[in-house]
Design a protein around this ligand. Structure first.
Ligand code: GRF
Length: 211
């Protein structure tokens, strides 16, 4: 059993372009998601998503992993920033660093990630390329809770995306991204709603089947 989340303040971690961040911002603006973005943190100063966040009037921070001799030190700096902003749910949105013990212990079952494949197939980087090279006919997108195992935590929501014969990494990634932008805000809403629990690895939510 896991108690639901009650704090609707999101901390969003990015490393790149930030299109999922934008989808979350849009969902909040359009009142499809009842949440507030407390802070956007990037480990890269040149992340386009940081610019996007500033344009949306969001609070931003850059915490570079290069400024810390250890991974735990970097993690702890992020935790401090998230706590300073009273964050209840941490959303990884293209954050290209492994999340370590200090963060997972500070936010147990309150860190969520989006991954561009149907996990447990194709974890790690270049999931769309992995899917194409493997020759699967269907891939997709997964939103999952973050545990110490890379891309291995309980699955909150998934959507399938068919692979076409003429797909390239770019065309497939673009179709997956459309689904990412649809399901990430929905999954966040399910988590914030609080009526979910874990049974072993299984994420159970009354709204899970309609989502
Ligand atoms: C997405 O494909 C996401 O699934 C993966 O990284 C990419 C981030 O894209 N984890 P964006 O920065 O949200 O546009």
């Amino acid at each position: 059993m896991t108690p639901g989340l009650i704090n609707r303040r999101l901390g969003i971690l990015i490393s790149g372009r930030g299109s999922n961040l934008q989808a979350i911002v849009d969902s909040i603006r359009e009142r499809r998601l009842d949440a507030a973005i407390a802070v956007v943190i990037s480990n890269r100063a040149d992340a386009a998503g940081l610019e996007r966040a500033r344009d949306c009037g969001l609070e931003t921070r850059c915490i570079s992993h290069r400024d810390f001799p250890t991974r735990d030190g970097f993690d702890r700096a992020i935790v401090d920033e998230l706590r300073a902003h009273d964050v209840g749910l941490v959303c990884l949105a293209g954050f290209m660093r492994l999340v370590g013990a200090p963060m997972i212990e500070a936010f147990p079952n309150a860190i969520v990630n989006i991954h561009p494949s149907l996990l447990p197939a194709f974890p790690g980087v270049d999931a769309q390329r992995q899917a194409l090279e493997h020759g699967v006919k269907v891939t997709g997108v997964t939103v999952h809770l973050v545990t110490p195992e890379l891309d291995g935590g309980p699955i909150v929501l998934q959507r399938a995306v068919p692979v076409r014969d003429d797909d390239t990494v770019d065309s497939l990634s673009a179709r997956i991204l459309i689904e990412e932008h649809r399901i990430y805000p929905t999954a966040i809403a399910m988590l914030l709603e609080g009526r979910w629990r874990l049974e072993g690895r299984r994420f159970r939510s009354p709204s899970g089947d309609e989502a």
